[in-house]
Design a protein around this ligand. Structure first.
Ligand SMILES: [Zn+2]
Length: 155
């Protein structure tokens, strides 16, 4: 059965289902990264409790590098098998270069700024400052059962 999803569907005011499922790797490798209904519910929860409050308090757009990942995509990007991205409970985010405030031009500074706002305004399970050899980002997650959120910050 092939499922068609409406990528233009708004999960919250500033976040669409399409951007929560977009992945440059999925695009390049032609992996159909299609969420199930429960994943969409989890993504909406993540947007409502984490991404939207951070976006609104910060007053700047948030770029989602990776949100939901199907098992194949998660494997391709080297994600662990227990990754919350598989459940639609996590997103890797940054501030787009074109919108970074004065004094925060680098990926690391943008990530640290998000971290500061997320700690204060998001209802998160885990908030992790992550980086590769070339870039920095914030991994933020919210459990579908948000009452179980651990509010754990890892720098
Ligand atoms: Zn992540």
């Amino acid at each position: 059965m092939k499922t068609i999803i409406d990528t233009t569907m708004r999960l919250t005011e500033h976040f669409t289902l399409g951007e929560m499922c977009y992945s440059a790797t999925a695009e390049a490798k032609q992996i159909p990264n299609v969420p199930l209904k429960q994943h969409i519910t989890a993504l909406r929860n993540l947007c409502e409790r984490c991404l939207e409050p951070v976006r609104c308090q910060l007053g700047l757009p948030i770029k989602v590098n990776s949100g939901y990942r199907c098992p194949l995509l998660n494997q391709m990007v080297g994600g662990v098998s227990t990754s919350q991205h598989l459940k639609g409970e996590a997103a890797d985010i940054t501030i787009p270069r074109s919108h970074r405030p004065f004094g925060h031009p680098t990926d690391e500074q943008a990530a640290r700024l998000i971290l500061k706002y997320a700690e204060q305004f998001a209802d998160f399970d885990q908030l992790i400052l992550e980086h590769s050899a070339t870039t920095w980002w914030i991994h933020i997650s919210c459990r579908i059962n948000y009452r179980l959120n651990r509010h754990q910050v890892i720098r």
